[in-house]
Design a binder for this molecule. Sequence first.
Ligand SMILES: [Zn+2]
Ligand SMILES: [Zn+2]
Length: 295
Amino acid sequence: MTATNLMPPAAKKPLPPRMAPETPNPRPPLSWPSVIFFGAFHGLALLAPWFFSWKALGVAVFLHWLFGSIGICLGYHRLLAHRSFKVPQWLEYIIATIGALALQGGPTFWVGGHRQHHAFTEHVNKDPYSADRGFLWSHFFWLIYPSKDTFDQHSYNKKAPDLARHAYYRWLDKYFLTLQIPVGIALYLIGGWSFVIYGVFVRSVILWHSTWLINSATHMTGYQSHDAGDNSGNVWWAALLTYGEGWHNNHHAFPKVAKAGWKWYEVDSTWWVINGLRKVGLATKVVLPPAELLK
Ligand SMILES: [Zn+2]
Ligand SMILES: [Zn+2]
């Protein structure tokens, strides 16, 4: 296949034959601590209009990029979950720490669940955030109705043994929440409560929903350039919110590839950073799209 016969954005391939349908397991019990945690963050984020300043908004946008693009997209996802490139160990630890600041769990938890998502994409019981269980389940119900398989240290250690063997990553898995405290204190000292509301609560809530849209929306809509064997789609607005992760059909078809946006209009700003690290020699063994598909 060459680049010229890739599907244009407007045309959508017929969906591939799906895995045999299975009845979803009953929903696990609601976790009230999770409801209170996410509810409190959303409630405090709603105070934004009373604490607005352009500087505070700038802080939220910057930390959304730093923790989202560098921490989650480049770090947790492309570097740790897929090993689509390598960096020196000291840099990997720094990047993973930035990922832990995004409040999406420790690295072993995130990577273990994500590898399970790729191994059983959209399977109603085996994909932790299967879009076949509906938008709400894949977006965030899977977090407030936690299944024992997903939220179990032993189980995600097994799915990400390469991370679980690092004492530092096991520490991050346990204590990632506490890292938010120095962030909050630093923001308070620099800019008062408006920096805290924007830099912690508004940023976290928007970053959560940005990431969750990859689990939900990009498995329900978007164009398909490749036959990935699932419903993953390339969604431009999700890609903008997630610094390139919205080119999710490209990613599911070639999960090892470090570059998610393949065409000139598939903007992938996380790739720009990976490519920059490659140019200065800090990123090596970068997995590129197959050359014959880019001709
Ligand atoms: Zn996916
Ligand atoms: Zn992935």
